[in-house]
Design a protein around this ligand. Structure first.
Ligand code: SAH
Length: 568
């Protein structure tokens, strides 16, 4: 439990925000500060004080009993700028708590134990390369100073602190955040985000040296005043997909090489078609057509390389500016425990300006969101609508995260969302630890050989189809994990399915029943096909049935990797 103590009105507000973010983990102590602090110190593993550090030191001093027993204490200043790990940095978990509090309140964690250098989450976490006075603008952002946002291009950003706003906001302060693909020399207290807006089309004759290709690309960008970090891809014709100079140029720029068929390129209307590529590869334009194929505005028409030796140019290039695209991240949160949420999922949650999900999953990660993230939550059932909302928000050009438990592609939101999405948005999938995998790890190694998951919910699937699949799995001797095994009013499907499996497997076949894997009330039971009590199963459960070779060994469920037990 985390005790929360404050003395002033603004401290009380910040404390209330913390309590709202972590309703199950926090207890707010009211009343005179000394008594509140003493009680919290005795009763809680950790304490967060919205008080001056000196005051907290004086309050804590008479109570200190030793590193091993004292709670971790974090203190947050009146302005909510810093979360200071004051006491019990490691043992009391105050360092980690200071970071977590910092994330919720947008405060900078201050950690003084030598081994925990802090990295402030700042401009470099907004999803695009950044240059200029990164430290200066980050500081202004964290300090709550006005920072003007000058976005020439509408590429989607995550939720920004409320002090970062429209031009003019920072006019007096001078701190400025720009979003542009034009080259510029950033002034002091000015930082530039580089969105992936540029596509460079390239053509090259056989054997064109990489220096000639890359030199032409760089010179074309420079002459047009365009920024290389904004290049998202090189594009060319299929016939050149292995041309070393082009492949190497993409590698050195750190971008993917995208290729199109000659027919696809021949369809693109370009300002500068010519006969040479038509004869060589079957399209009147390579560089311009490849750059334009995905849409956008031609900002550098076809240019040819210049060779010092006066021989014919071997490379061509053209640059297109793509319109900004919204971004939909489909993020699996894992089965429940915070440390089974992947770092990539965490980054994607912080990359979003809009979060869409089932309310109970939103609660699971609310504290990870950037302040200001718009949350669109709905109750069970509204799946199609959630998917549509998420896609519609991305189409508006926003950065959207659509969340699901486990993996968001498994009996979850990814399919309805992608069925809805067009090629006008970017989609990023982040895999999650599924319930079947989490349960498998708890049970032992039940999935050591071929296995399937079968959902027993007949909401989206007629029972005949489900039954046919269960029969097939039974005959094929697959390990089976049942999702959605049983709910109120849907109780005969699980016994029926187990009976179908029992036609092909011994009554003693091991069965694992895992409820709320990795959540606080997790339970794990190992039983058998004959002994399983269906009443012990509900919608928070997965049931994993072994194949004919699965054994219970030392209380663990083990499916051998082959069908011969070696040495057993
Ligand atoms: N996308 C999820 C599955 C959603 S379907 C995944 O990849 O795991 C919902 C079903 O998943 C539940 O009825 C239950 O059978 C199972 N489930 C989800 N989380 C679980 C957990 N932590 N423990 C046990 N079963 C779980």
């Amino acid at each position: 439990m985390i005790g929360v103590i404050s003395a002033t009105e603004s401290g009380g507000r910040a404390g209330a925000r913390l309590a709202a973010a972590w309703p199950a983990r926090t207890r707010v102590y009211e009343g005179p500060v000394r008594e509140a602090f003493e009680r919290a110190f005795r009763e809680c593993e950790q304490v967060v004080c919205f008080l001056a550090a000196g005051a907290v030191v004086r309050l804590a001093a008479p109570l200190l009993a030793g590193k091993g027993v004292d709670p971790g204490v974090v203190c947050v200043d009146e302005g909510g700028r810093f979360a200071v790990a004051l006491l019990g940095g490691h043992g009391g978990g105050a360092n980690a708590l200071a970071r977590d509090v910092g994330e919720v309140l947008g405060a900078e964690p201050v950690i003084t134990t030598a081994t925990d250098a802090v990295s402030v989450p700042g401009l470099d976490t907004l999803g695009f390369p950044v240059e200029g006075d990164v430290a200066g603008v980050t500081r202004a952002m964290l300090d709550g100073e006005p920072v003007a946002l000058e976005a020439e291009l509408a590429w989607p950003l995550p939720a920004l602190p409320s002090n970062v706003g429209a031009p003019g906001a920072g006019a007096s302060a001078g701190a400025q955040l720009r979003v542009t693909d034009r080259t510029l020399e950033p002034a002091l207290r000015e930082a530039v985000l580089r969105p992936p807006s540029l596509v460079v089309g390239v053509g090259a004759s056989k054997g064109a040296p990489v220096d000639e290709v890359l030199g032409l690309v760089r010179e074309s960008l420079r002459a047009a005043g365009l920024s290389a970090p904004c290049v998202r891809e090189l594009a060319t014709v299929d016939a050149k997909r292995d041309e070393p100079g082009i492949v190497e140029a993409a590698g050195r720029l750190g971008v993917p090489l995208v290729t199109y068929t000659a027919e696809e390129l021949a369809d693109v209307v370009v300002p500068n078609p010519s006969d040479a590529p038509l004869a060589a590869v079957g399209t009147p334009s390579v560089a311009e057509a490849a750059a334009l194929r995905g849409g956008g505005e031609l900002v550098v028409p076809k240019r040819k390389s210049e060779r010092a030796d006066g021989r014919p140019a071997m490379a061509t290039c053209a640059v297109v500016r793509r319109p900004a695209r919204g971004r939909l991240a489909v993020v699996g949160l894992g089965p429940g425990a915070r440390d089974l949420l992947t770092p990539r999922a965490r980054d994607e949650l912080r990359r979003a300006a809009v979060l869409v999900g089932l309310d109970q999953y939103v609660d699971q990660i609310r504290d990870l969101l950037r302040p200001g993230t718009r949350v669109i939550e709905s109750g069970l059932g509204a799946e199609e609508e959630r998917a549509r909302t998420a896609v519609a928000e991305a189409r508006e050009g926003r950065a959207v995260a659509l969340i699901g438990s486990g993996d968001a592609g498994v009996y979850a939101m990814a399919s309805p969302a992608l069925a809805e999405a067009g090629d006008d948005i970017d989609v990023v999938g982040v895999p999650g630890v599924t319930a079947a995998l989490a349960a498998g790890a708890l049970l032992g190694a039940p999935l050591g050989h071929d296995h399937v998951s079968i959902s027993l919910s007949d909401l989206h699937t007629p029972w005949e189809v489900i039954e046919r699949r269960v029969r097939a799995a039974a005959e094929a001797d697959l390990v089976v994990t049942f999702y959605n095994p049983r709910s109120r009013g849907r109780d005969w499907q699980l016994p029926k399915s187990l009976a179908l499996l029992a036609e092909h497997r011994a009554a003693s076949t091991p069965v694992g029943v895992v409820r709320n894997a990795s959540r606080p009330d997790e339970s794990v039971r190992l039983t058998t096909l004959a002994a399983l009590d269906p009443d012990s199963v509900d919608m928070m459960t997965v049931v994993t049935v072994g194949n004919t070779a699965t054994r219970a060994i030392a209380g663990r469920m083990v499916t051998p990797r082959g069908y011969r037990w070696q040495g057993v």
